[in-house]
Write a protein that binds this ligand. Structure first.
Ligand code: DMJ
Length: 458
C-alpha cells in the first residue's frame, strides 16, 4: 500500500514536468521494488555508520569507509564526526552512544592547536554542534568549548571590510585566504548569534552581523551577489550569481537569522534578496522550475547547472511560506533523483544530462527539502519521496563499515569518503521525516545549515 503510494507520488511530482525533456542516460537497472523504510531502520543505519566510526576511526574527524582508515582534516583531530553526530543521537534516543560521544568530546577536544582551519566549516559543524549539544544536554562544558572556539575564530574577521578571511590559525589568530564567497561570509550568524545569546557577550553577534551587512551592501544594482569577493577590498572577483555551493546558505541564513533572532535587519536583507533571486536566477524548462547561473551585473543567463547543493532551496522557500514555488522546485529536485536513481552533484537542466560532477557525496539537501515540505504542508507525497531517496542512498552507498560517497551515480562506483554531515544532516532529516512529528517541534528551533537545531528564544 505504502509502496503504491510511493510510486504514485513519484509519478505525480514528475508529471509536473512535460515529457518532452531529453531522456537521461540509462542508469543501472532499478532495484526491485524496495519496501518503504521506517524511522527505526534509519536509526539502525545511523548505528551502523557510528559503529564503523567507533571501530576504525575513534577519536578522529571522519572514517574513510572503504579503506577503514581514519581521516583528519588538519592533521590533528577536531572530532568532526562525534560533534556533528551528538545531537542526532539525542534525537534518536541513542543514549549510550551519546554518552560515549560526549565523553570523547569533553575529554579530548581542544582548540588550542597550531592549525589553520576553514572558518565556515568549523563554525557550521563544530560551533553549531557544540551549541546545540549544550542546549539539548545542558552540560556547561559544551558552552565552554564553544566559547573557546568562538574566541579563536574572531580574528578571522579582522579585515578592512569586516568580512572574514576564509581560514584562521586557531592558536595564533593569523588569517589567510582573502578571496571568499557569500556562503562562507554569510553563514556564521546563527552560530555566533547563539553564542552571544548564551554567553551574554554581544561581540559574537555584532561581528557576524557586520560581515553579513558588508556583503549585502555589495550586492549589484539588480540585487544579486557574485561567486567570489576579496574581503580586503570588497571587490568581486567572479560575478557569476547562482544558488549553489558558495552562495546557497547566504540566502538560508538571511531568512533563518530573522527567524531565530527576530532581527528586522535580516528581514529587510532577506526580502531585498529573494525577489532578485527569483527574477534573475529562476528558469523554466520543459514546464519545470529550476535555478541556474546569471551575471550579477547584467542578469544575463550564463549557465543551466543545478545539483545536489541547490536542492536546499525548496526547504528555505517552504520555511519562508512560499510553498507553491517550493513545491514546483521540489518536483525538479525529485526529477533529478529519479532520472539517475541517485542525484548527481550537478545536472544540466537544459538537456537533463549529468554535468562535470557525476558523484553523490551523501548530501542531505534533497531529503531536507522533502522533510520541510512534508512537515509544513502535511502532504504525504513529500514523505514518500524522501523515503524513496533514503532507500536509494541506503541501497547504493552502504558498505561494511558505514556509507560511502559515490564517485559516479551512473556506475554507482563508491568513493572512500563518509562526510560527517551524513551523521548531522542526511540521517537526521531521513529520521525526522519518518518519525512521529512530536520527535522535534520545527516551530521551536532553527536548524543551522549543518542541521544542528538552535532553540528559538524571543
Ligand atoms: C553541509 O556541510 C552543509 O549543509 C552546507 O551548507 C553545504 N554542504 C554540506 C552538505 O552538503
Amino acid at each position: 500500500m505504502y509502496l503504491l503510494g510511493l510510486i504514485a507520488a513519484v509519478q505525480l511530482l514528475t508529471l509536473g514536468s512535460a515529457p518532452s525533456a531529453p531522456s537521461a542516460p540509462s542508469a543501472p537497472s532499478a532495484p526491485s521494488a524496495p519496501s518503504a523504510p521506517s524511522a527505526p531502520e534509519v536509526r539502525a543505519a545511523f548505528l551502523h555508520a557510528w559503529q564503523g566510526y567507533r571501530r576504525y576511526a575513534w577519536g578522529h574527524d571522519d572514517l574513510d569507509p572503504l579503506s577503514r582508515k581514519p581521516h583528519d582534516w588538519y592533521g590533528v583531530p577536531l572530532l568532526m564526526t562525534p560533534v556533528d553526530a551528538f545531537d542526532t543521537m539525542l534525537l534518536m534516543g541513542l543514549t549510550d552512544e551519546a554518552a560515549d560521544a560526549k565523553r570523547l568530546i569533553l575529554e579530548r577536544l581542544s582548540f588550542d592547536q597550531d592549525i589553520s582551519v576553514q572558518v565556515f566549516e568549523v563554525t557550521i559543524r563544530l560551533l553549531g554542534g557544540l551549541l546545540s549539544g549544550y542546549e539539548m544536554d545542558g552540560d556547561p562544558r559544551f558552552l565552554r568549548l564553544a566559547t573557546d572556539l568562538g574566541d579563536r575564530l574572531l580574528p578571522a574577521f579582522r579585515s578592512p571590510t569586516g568580512m572574514p578571511f576564509r581560514y584562521v590559525n586557531l592558536r595564533t589568530g593569523e588569517p589567510r585566504d582573502p578571496v571568499s564567497n557569500p556562503a562562507e561570509i554569510g553563514t556564521l550568524m546563527l552560530e555566533f548569534g547563539t553564542l552571544a545569546r548564551l554567553t551574554g557577550r554581544p561581540v559574537y553577534y555584532d561581528t557576524a552581523k557586520r560581515a553579513a551587512e558588508q556583503l549585502f551592501a555589495r550586492r549589484s544594482a539588480l540585487g544579486l551577489v557574485g561567486s567570489t569577493i576579496d574581503v580586503r577590498t570588497g571587490a568581486w572577483q567572479d560575478s557569476t550569481s547562482h544558488v549553489g555551493g558558495g552562495i546557497d546558505s547566504w540566502y538560508e541564513y538571511l531568512l533563518k537569522s530573522w527567524r531565530l533572532f527576530g532581527d528586522d535587519d535580516f528581514r529587510r536583507m532577506w526580502e531585498a534578496s529573494v525577489g532578485p533571486m527569483h527574477r534573475w536566477l529562476a528558469d523554466e524548462r520543459f514546464g519545470g522550475l529550476w535555478y541556474g547561473q546569471a551575471d550579477m551585473a547584467t542578469g544575463a543567463r550564463t549557465g543551466t547547472r543545478f545539483g545536489s547543493l541547490e536542492a536546499f532551496l525548496p526547504a528555505v522557500l517552504a520555511l519562508a511560506g512560499d510553498t507553491a514555488r517550493a513545491a514546483r522546485l521540489m518536483a525538479s529536485v525529485n526529477r533529478m533523483w529519479t532520472a539517475f536513481g541517485v542525484e548527481p552533484e550537478t545536472v544540466d537542466y537544459a538537456t537533463m544530462t549529468i554535468g562535470d560532477e557525476p558523484g553523490y557525496e551523501l548530501r542531505p539537501e534533497s531529503l531536507e527539502s522533502a522533510y520541510y515540505l512534508y512537515r509544513l504542508t502535511g502532504d504525504e507525497r513529500y514523505r514518500t519521496i524522501g523515503a524513496a531517496m533514503w532507500t536509494a542512498i541506503d541501497r547504493w552507498t552502504r558498505t561494511d563499515a558505514g556509507f560511502a560517497a559515490l564517485a559516479d551515480v551512473r556506475t554507482r562506483t563508491k568513493r572512500d569518503r563518509m562526510h560527517s554531515f551524513l551523521f548531522a544532516e542526511t540521517l537526521k532529516y531521513a529520521y525526522l521525516l519518518l518519525a512521529p512529528p512530536a520527535t522535534l517541534d520545527l516551530n521551536a528551533v532553527v536548524f543551522n545549515t549543518e542541521a544542528h537545531p538552535l532553540r528559538l528564544m524571543r
